[in-house]
Design a protein around this ligand. Sequence first.
Ligand code: ADP
Length: 169
Amino acid sequence: LRASASQRNERARLNDDTMSNEQTFIAIKPDGVQRGLIGPIISRFEARGYKLAAIKLMTASKDHLEKHYEDLSEKPFFPGLIKYMGSGPICAMVWEGRDAVKTGRALLGATNPLASPPGTIRGDYAIETGRNICHGSDSVENAKKEIALWFKEGEVQTYKSALHDWIYE
Ligand code: ADP
C-alpha cells in the first residue's frame, strides 16, 4: 500500500532525530502529590523512554496559577480550579523526547478520568475531572510557554541520556 503524502510527512517528522528533544511540561497536581502518585507517574514516563529534564516541588501562588490557566479564566470552574491547584505542593517537571507533547497527553489520558481508559494515568488513578491528578501541555507552543512560566533557565538540564541509543534507532 502506498502511504499518503500526509502519512509520509508524519513519518518523516517522527524520524527526524532533532525531534528527540521535544519538551513538554508535566505537573502532578496537589491531589496526585498527596496520594503518593509522584513515583508511579514518573515511572511511566521513564519506562516509555522519556528523559527528565527538570523537576521541583512548588506551592504555586494564585497569580502564578491564573497565568498558567489564563485561557480558562471565563470558565465557571475557574475559581475552583485555582483553589484546587493552590491547595498544596505541585510536582512540576519537564520531560523530553520525540513527540513528548502528544505522547505525554496520551500517557495522562482524557481530562475526565471516567472517560479515560485503564492503562492511562487518569484512567488508572482518578475519578473526577476536578481531581484528575496531573497536567500535560496540549501543544508544543504552550509547552514552551508553560516551561518558561514554571522554570528558570538554569533549572532545565541538557544532557545525553545513557539510554538514548537503546531508545532511538
Ligand atoms: P486538560 O488538563 O486535560 O488539558 P483543560 O485544559 O480543559 O484539560 O482543563 C484544565 C483543568 O481544569 C483540567 O485538567 C481539570 O482539572 C479542570 N477542569 C476542566 N473542566 C472541568 C470541569 N468541567 N469541572 C471541574 N474542573 C474542570
